[in-house]
Ligand binder design. Sequence first.
Ligand code: SF4
Length: 280
Amino acid sequence: MKVTLADYSGFCFGVTKAINTAFDEINRNRDKANYSLGPLIHNPQVVKSLEDEGVRIIEDLNDIKEGNVIIRSHGVPEEIYRIAEEKQLNVIDTTCPFVRRIQKIVKEYCDKDFQIAIIGNPHHPEVIGINGWCYNRAVIIQEPGDIERINKDQKLCVVVQTTMSLTKYRELIELLKDKVKEIEIFDTICHATKQRQDAAKKLAGEVDAMIVIGGSNSSNTQKLVAICKEVKPESTFHVEGVEELDIEALRSYERVGVTAGASTPIWVINEIIEALKNIN
Ligand code: SF4
């Protein structure tokens, strides 16, 4: 079996920064309890290593009275910083700078009386966090039908979840342009996401089967699965780790491509590549 790893697989700049910051700060602050508000990134192996370092995941700041709290790479609503300050918690902020930029845009334009539209998944923490920087007033647009909720008489500012698929984004932007008279569009899809999606699509066209590695709650991993399935509907496999590889199903393929979401550690990718090479 010939195994090829797609370009731009594994940790992106934002995730690397978040992990380094979190581990450095934990090591410097061992005298206090360490908490993470939600999982740091969407990867079970990384979350487990943080837990092994004594970091407890909490869902609500009201569950703690003191200590260090890690803000996840996906960012959080503005209100969380206010609550943390009131409680005198030490904030370890690992929000990705690309997400921080979106938060600043929506705050600025909301204050200038623009209606805010976020193209993305309303249940994703990044989108929930961004909405929290414009008083939770944004219209979240995931499907064309959501555009009905836009007020056509108000100026509109549009931002996009960093991991949104380009095709979907372009489709929704065209519909939004027809809906309102004045529109400011910020293409905030992360460059790392674009590169990764293009490389995965290209590789999927050159192999017999694709393996996509990443957490099942990871948005960019799910997008990679969808993109690879467009090219290889019957032979795209999503796994979180080596133990999920379906060896029997893979045995019949000669050329296998591998890609991985932005929060997948390199050692998980290497383990899977080794296992694939050992199949025949
Ligand atoms: S995918 Fe992009 S936006 Fe998301 S954490 Fe990585 S660098 Fe930041």
